[in-house]
Design a protein around this ligand. Structure first.
Ligand code: MF3
Ligand code: CO
Ligand code: CO
Length: 259
């Protein structure tokens, strides 16, 4: 019997610090996203930055994952392994996902980056994925159902003729990398657990241009690709349920009001 952890004030403050560092790491990574740069190079810079800031990259060694970030270009949905063979080129879109452990506390966030000029369709996919995350965040308040996060995300993605990945989910986070509950990005209204103050979890919708189904690379056991090799986009924030609404703990640019 684990259940969903209600974090203490002290834990929340520690998790917020880690979340801020994870978000600052994504800011720092932006300068290296350029045509001709390989994703292992970007990962090395990310690792240096995290270590310099007295934290540890949570992905390195996690269930055998070898790198300090996940970097997932184009048709890669998530869990892309940074590699010297993956060289960025004009028109690429990519997600960089960073999870830090600072003083034992976890912060998890990801966002999309673009290389040179991208297609209008890729641009629209990115915008829809970002808006899906924002719609999900607006559902975060005490006594609302977790299912309503997936309900609003699924409805908006489908209205834009995109699909929602159902094989990977958001998750409780903070004292551990992946805690309860599982946060579905497509769901029916008023399903699942109710949100309570002190809960901390991620919302990280992956939105596909084509089919929702993914396949895992059988050589590396990690890389998840769209089954039809069409594009995928993802944004992720770590959020706290407050007494009256929510705080986006990985929001260092004050995009979201604390409610
Ligand atoms: N950061 C990812 C998430 O949002 C998890 C990556 S696990 C790894 O949940 F092993 F692939 F690194
Ligand atoms: Co996550
Ligand atoms: Co993540």
């Amino acid at each position: 019997m684990g259940g969903i952890i209600i974090k203490t004030k002290e834990q929340i403050d520690g998790i917020r610090e880690s979340c801020h560092l994870a978000a600052r790491t994504l800011d720092f990574a932006a300068q290296f996203v350029q045509a001709g740069v390989d994703t292992e190079f970007i990962d090395n810079k990310i690792e240096e930055f995290i270590l310099e800031n007295h934290a540890i990259p949570a992905t390195k060694g996690y269930n055998g994952f070898p790198k300090s970030s996940c970097i997932s270009p184009n048709e890669i949905v998530c869990h892309g392994i940074p590699s010297p063979n993956m060289v960025l080129k004009d028109g690429d879109i990519l997600n960089i996902d960073v999870t830090t452990i600072l003083n034992g506390y976890y912060g998890d966030t990801s966002r999309m980056y673009t290389v040179g000029e991208i297609t209008p369709l890729a641009d629209q996919l990115i915008r829809v994925a970002q808006h899906c995350l924002h719609l999900g965040i607006r559902q975060v308040k005490p006594d609302n159902y977790f299912g309503n996060i997936g309900f609003v995300i699924g409805r908006y993605a489908n209205a834009n003729r995109f699909s929602v990945v159902y094989e990977f989910c958001g998750h409780g986070v903070g004292l551990d990398f992946h805690e309860e509950p599982q946060v579905d990005h497509t769901s029916r209204r008023n399903r699942g657990h109710k949100m309570k103050p002190g809960m901390i979890f991620t919302i990280e919708p992956m939105i596909n241009e084509g089919r929702a189904t993914t396949s895992i690379d059988r050589m590396d056991g990690w890389t998840a690709r769209t089954i039809d090799r069409k594009l995928s986009a993802q944004f992720e924030h770590t959020v706290l349920v407050t007494q009256t609404g929510c705080e986006v703990l990985t929001d260092i640019h004050q995009e979201f009001p604390v409610t």
